[in-house]
Design a binder for this molecule. Structure first.
Ligand SMILES: C[S@@+](CC[C@H](N)C(=O)[O-])C[C@H]1O[C@@H](n2cnc3c(N)ncnc32)[C@H](O)[C@@H]1O
Length: 257
């Protein structure tokens, strides 16, 4: 069953960690955020909204359609230059040209189509403002499991989950085409291995998996299947040592003309 973003039980699912150092490095490779006005669409618990603020953005507005996500975001992130507001990715309610950077991470695969969201991002940007989308494509998802790429083990153990991902993950080309249809030039593409979390050991990772934290795909497994998966992964990672968990992402970026 797909995750319900509006359920109280899922309030903290995207609020329990901080962006690791490789993420700010990647953003700084695209733009100097100092003094920029940033909008983070589908902000969840505000992990990346806060990360933009730490990059010295002048202001960051996190937008999400879920009151539960926004409640967690407000509770966990209180910087003076960070605000959160309810809005849909396709109609945020924000003013034309209010942003120098519009960013969205791990959100577009939850949409039915990409064009309305990209058109909204285009509307929010000032001329020369930068649109950045971070998402996992089918190619990112299908990379094999390893003690760093834990997510790959999910599909090794439960291949049916790959069908779910193939059904919802946009391809690199589909995202690029949506940029162009929405008035952007063809976007630049890049990949990023982002450290998701450093778990103290396999037990810490198991606890995180058991909570289905920040991994909507795990809502497709029942509790017994999830325990099977945890055991499967436990057999494949070193015992008694920290687990540095990384995911591979695709980044698309284009400036508004
Ligand atoms: C996988 S979470 C990612 C959260 C955050 N961007 C992150 O990377 O930690 C996806 C978020 O998008 C939000 N979302 C999904 N569809 C949306 C829509 N149509 N409009 C606004 N937010 C949406 C969900 O409520 C959820 O908070």
């Amino acid at each position: 069953m797909a995750i319900d973003f509006h359920a109280h039980a899922n309030r903290y699912t995207y609020a329990g960690r901080q962006a690791a150092g490789d993420w700010p490095d990647a953003m700084r490779g695209l733009i100097d955020p100092t003094g920029m006005r940033v909008v983070d669409i589908g902000c969840g618990g505000g992990i990346y909204t806060a990360a933009w603020a730490r990059l010295d953005a002048a202001s960051v507005v996190g937008v999400d359609f879920s009151e539960q996500m926004l409640a967690a975001a407000r509770e966990r992130n209180s910087g003076a230059n960070v605000t959160f507001r309810k809005g849909d990715a396709r109609a945020t309610g924000l003013a034309d040209g209010c942003a120098d950077v519009v960013f969205s991470r791990a959100m577009i695969h939850h949409l039915d189509g990409l064009d309305d969201c990209l058109a909204e991002m285009h509307r929010l940007l000032v001329p020369a403002g930068l649109c950045i989308i971070q998402e996992r494509t089918p190619e990112d998802v299908e990379l094999p499991g390893s003690p760093e790429h834990i997510r790959g083990y999910l599909f090794e153990r439960f291949p049916r989950l790959l069908d779910v991902e193939r059904g919802r993950r946009p391809t690199t080309a589909a995202v690029a085409q949506a940029f162009v249809r929405s008035g952007f030039p063809p976007p630049s593409g890049a990949t990023l291995w982002e450290t998701r979390q450093v778990h103290r050991d396999g037990t810490g990772l198991a606890d995180d998996l058991r909570g289905r934290t920040g991994r909507s795909i795990l809502h497709e497994l029942d509790d017994a299947e999830l325990e099977t998966l945890i055991a499967f992964i436990g057999d494949r990672i070193p015992k008694g040592r920290p687990v540095v968990e990384k995911d591979r992402w695709t980044l698309w970026s284009a400036s508004r003309d």
